[in-house]
Ligand binder design. Structure first.
Ligand SMILES: Nc1ncnc2c1ncn2[C@@H]1O[C@H](COP(=O)(O)OP(=O)(O)OP(=O)(O)O)[C@@H](O)[C@H]1O
Length: 493
């Protein structure tokens, strides 16, 4: 049996009745099935999503089925193609096998014969994936999902870096998986049994970071009622992950540098140093060298930490990974929410592929979760994915690199929002009012509902599209925001 998380079946058959019959035969296998009644629809589907098995009738209204087979071979796709031929046309089946078909079925055939043939094909797909995995090619790694070439380079950097004690400096836009990468390094390292301690330098007030890293003694400051170990001591023998390192205040950067050089921790309010052995992994979504050039990040600290650099590519540069991650997230959220969703329609796949993903995997996760929470059905369609129809920087236009994060986040439409382009013409502002048409009084006094909506949308944008995080920051329950978003969607449709 193939991997149930990713295996899919495409039935290419011009007769809808026959296609439905085959689908009914194959449904008990439990894999998502798509029908294509023309060659054009089939090619379009294959372009967006690689099916594990293609059941292919060679007689199509708009093209020769062999052309589809040739395309699968030419593109080097892993799909196993099972050709369906009419009784008496064995020569065609032989020709198809020469072109790369995995098997053939002569009409009419029984449900059992079909399921056995498809199951065998799926098993071959599974074994091929297994072999690739052993060879270390074309596979995901740890908790990462994704098999694209840029991610393979990341996985191999992680594997090479893991055994060493050298500091790792991870860069990448927000939501690309920097923390996941730090955890993967720790897990693959000899320190795996010791603690992995993560500290987000941007999330802790400046006056508390020193104590959070180095600890404090009783009475060191108001509220220090007892001795407390900091992250450096807690991570002893393990890994200390300093996230958003470029946000660390300069005075503390000097203390961190001393700690790295000496391995000694001095808690706030104490003169006693304690020696610890930690491995440093840090991350930033800024361009660290630019931070050095601007005087916000110490150059000596940069060189100490920037020993092994790992750059996480933006999601828009990872090809098919978008669909693989989306599919895995869909099954996860559907399971959590008790929904039946198990796949995406072709238009949904096409939207997933063309969106620019400024908030990267986190944004993708929010969009899928929102689609699952707010809808019902077997398949997520394009309309359920609350993405802007068109946005500046969509694939094929502007490319973004690290350092462009803020622009990227501003461009993101929060998950679950009716995007501007879908609800209003160009000249209409986000709140639905054409500002230049209104008298001054109306500009000054806005209905509370609109102010509330703008505040919520703004918060979600600032939180990289995360409804959950925005709800926390706004001090309300996430279900309140989801309810409101659903209300806006209803009003817009
Ligand atoms: N390749 C991937 N496959 C599956 N899940 C992923 C992948 N990359 C990231 N994620 C998930 O996306 C979310 C964001 O990842 P993570 O927190 O590691 O990103 P980050 O780059 O550290 O973000 P930030 O810069 O905002 O701190 C997490 O829930 C993580 O598990």
């Amino acid at each position: 049996m193939a991997d149930t998380e990713t295996a899919t079946i495409l039935i290419v058959e011009d007769s809808p009745t026959l296609a439905l019959t085959y689908e009914t035969y194959l449904t008990p296998l439990g894999y998502p099935i798509t029908q294509a009644h023309t060659g054009k629809v089939a090619l379009n589907h294959i372009e967006n999503q690689t099916p594990s098995v293609i059941l292919l009738d060679l007689k199509l209204p708009d093209m020769d089925g062999l052309d589809i087979l040739r395309r699968v071979s030419a593109d080097g796709l892993r799909s196993r193609v099972i050709v369906i031929t009419a009784h008496g046309s064995v020569a065609t089946a032989v020709a198809a096998m020469r072109e790369g078909a995995a098997d053939f079925l002569v009409k009419p055939f029984s449900a059992e014969r079909l399921t056995t043939t498809v199951n065998t094909a799926l098993e071959v797909v599974r074994l091929t994936e297994l072999v690739d995995e052993y060879r270390g090619r074309g596979r995901s790694f740890g908790d990462f999902i994704g098999e694209s070439a840029p991610m393979q380079a990341v996985y191999s950097m992680i594997q090479d870096a893991a055994p060493s004690r050298a500091s790792v400096f991870i860069t990448g836009e927000s939501g690309t998986g920097k923390e996941l990468c730090a955890q993967a390094i720790h897990r693959a390292s000899p320190r795996t049994e010791a603690p992995f301690i993560a500290l987000n330098c941007a999330a802790i007030p400046a006056n508390l970071i020193e104590s959070e890293i180095f600890g404090h003694v009783k009475g060191a400051f108001t509220g220090a009622t007892e001795n407390r170990d900091g992250a450096a001591v807690k991570a002893s023998g393990g890994t200390l992950f300093l996230d958003e390192i470029c946000e660390m205040p300069l005075d503390l950067q000097a203390k961190l540098l001393r700690f790295i050089q000496t391995g000694q921790v001095v808690p706030v309010g104490s003169n006693d140093a304690r020696t610890v052995n930690v491995r440093f992994v840090c991350a930033t979504n800024r361009d660290p060298w630019e931070e050095v050039a601007e005087g916000r990040f110490r150059e000596d600290l940069y060189y100490r930490l920037h020993v092994i650099p790992i750059h996480l590519p933006p999601l828009r540069d990872r090809g098919d990974d978008v669909q693989k991650i989306a599919q895995s997230l869909l099954l996860r959220f559907a399971g959590e929410e008790g929904k039946a969703f198990h796949g995406f329609s072709d238009d949904a796949v096409s939207r997933l592929r063309t969106h620019n993903w400024p908030g990267n995997v986190r944004e993708l996760s929010n969009v899928i979760q929102s689609a699952v929470v707010l809808n019902d059905g077997d398949v997520v369609n394009g309309a359920m994915l609350r993405l802007p129809v068109r946005q500046a920087g969509d694939r094929g236009t502007a490319e973004k690199g690290i350092g462009d994060r803020e622009t990227g986040d501003r461009a993101a439409t929060p998950a679950g929002m009716p995007p501007v382009a879908e609800t209003a013409p160009d000249h209409v502002a986000m709140n639905g009012l054409a500002a230049h048409d209104l008298p001054t009084m109306e500009e000054e006094i806005e209905p509370l509902e609109i102010v509330e909506r703008r505040t919520i949308e703004h918060a979600i944008r600032l939180c990289g599209g995360s409804v959950g995080r925005a709800a926390r920051r706004l001090g309300v329950d996430p279900s309140t925001l989801y309810r409101k978003i659903k209300g806006w969607q209803k009003a817009a449709s």
